[in-house]
Design a protein around this ligand. Sequence first.
Ligand SMILES: *Cc1c(COP(=O)(O)O)cnc(C)c1O
Length: 222
Amino acid sequence: MPAHDPATELKTVRQSIAHAAVLATRKPEYVTLIAVSKTQQPDAILPLLAAGQRDFGENRVQEAEAKWPALRADYPDTVLHLIGQLQSNKAEDAVTLFDAIHSVDRPSLVAALGKAMDKTGKRPACFIQVNIGEEDQKGGCAIGDLPALLAAANDAGLPVAGLMAIPPADTEAAPYFALLAKLARESGLAGLSMGMSSDFETAVMIGATHVRVGSALFGARS
Ligand SMILES: *Cc1c(COP(=O)(O)O)cnc(C)c1O
């Protein structure tokens, strides 16, 4: 067996999600595991599809356009999530390909997505990305700008499902997850896209509805 057999890792990650959910008296089926397949080739993705995994995350529109139409032909019930930063001029491509967009973070992108949805008639679920650690270089809207951005998204007809965040690296993530959960509660939003390979169990215990897990499934990215 190869060092990283994605189908075996999938089982382990699913068990860890279920364990964390039960500890938090949550139902495991309310947590969607997004397998982050960015940089992975179809031969790495296919074993997960064969094992029943259907939600996948990509961070670049062009890479996803190159990989997924062929895979989806065989697995039409695949659910594709865009988790990386999105340029406004790619909004229509993104809306056409993806079922959910987790990186809505500024008014200009909200406007572009609204236009693209009206034009294509496709309305992928949207998560507003929050710069939860208030880091200079990070994507995501400032916490103080969230109410205005949510209002703009509603005005533009975006189906807002929840909030997404990437906590600062190399720190305890739990306080940031808790803050994102609080912001979602205050905004009346049910969706919480948070938690990656190193901290998805913590995220599940704090209420994540979507965890985005890459290297724990596929091995380290080169
Ligand atoms: C790459 C990526 C992930 C997955 O990271 P891992 O540490 O490999 O699990 C999750 N979310 C976002 C936004 C990413 O870009």
